[in-house]
Design a protein around this ligand. Structure first.
Ligand code: 5RP
Length: 217
């Protein structure tokens, strides 16, 4: 099975979790794109919150109702991809640069479901770790974050610059604290297991469900 087929399988499984009248957060990326297509093909009457302009546009093109984040900040469910998932449920996210909005949505839902293909499973997390920083004082923030590299992409929809931290990850919790407390950092792409309810992994022709923190913690 190809990675794309595994992504599609995981996305299809996640789509079955969406029920009428739910408020559902939608991530960003190619795995989420399969989810949007699945949701568009189902007669489910949920309301969606998008983590990027690209997701919002694609969701609308599939006929999904998208509302701004904030009208009622609590979500019943959020579904998103990831770049890496370790055995404890730590994630690295943000290859698509949407990490700040993705983390806000993940932190605002009762159930955060991650959908990945099997190549995303890792024994231990490794660089790059995407980080969003303020444009103001960017050079001094880059200096504090070294080793890192400014990504050659457009600013985030919130005006932040996307940087890839290139150092060791060894202890994700310690690195997450360091990144969070670095002046100039808006958000980083390390997602703690406490945010993650479960991970649906497409493996060959099946989907493995990895429960991380239980569904209603
Ligand atoms: C975007 C993300 C994506 O969820 C992550 O990069 C995975 O993307 P894909 O599903 O294309 O492999 O964090 O900011």
């Amino acid at each position: 099975m190809s990675r794309e087929a595994e992504k599609r399988l995981a996305a299809a499984k996640a789509a079955t979790l969406v029920e009428d009248s739910m408020r559902v957060g939608l991530g960003t990326g190619s795995t989420t794109a399969y989810l949007l297509a699945e949701l568009g093909a189902r007669p489910v009457r949920a309301v969606f919150v998008a983590t990027s302009p690209a997701t919002e546009q694609a969701a609308r093109s599939f006929g999904l109702e998208v509302e701004p984040f904030g009208a009622n900040a609590r979500l019943d469910l959020a579904i998103d991809g990831a770049d890496q998932v370790d055995e404890d449920g730590w994630l690295i996210k943000g290859a698509g640069g949407a990490l700040t909005r993705e983390k806000l949505v993940a932190a605002s839902t009762d159930r955060f479901v991650v959908i990945v293909d099997s190549s995303k499973l890792v024994a231990s997390l490794h660089a790059p770790v995407p980080v969003e920083i303020l444009a103001f004082g960017a050079s001094s923030t880059l200096h504090r974050l070294a080793p890192c590299e400014l990504r050659d992409v457009a600013p985030s929809p919130d005006g932040g610059l996307i940087v890839d931290y290139l150092g060791e990850v060894h202890e994700p919790g310690a690195l997450a604290s360091r990144l969070s407390t670095t002046p100039g950092v808006v958000e980083h792409g390390l997602f703690a297991p406490s945010l993650v309810s479960e991970v649906l992994v497409g493996i060959g022709e099946t989907v493995r469900r990895m429960v991380v923190r239980g569904e209603h913690d």
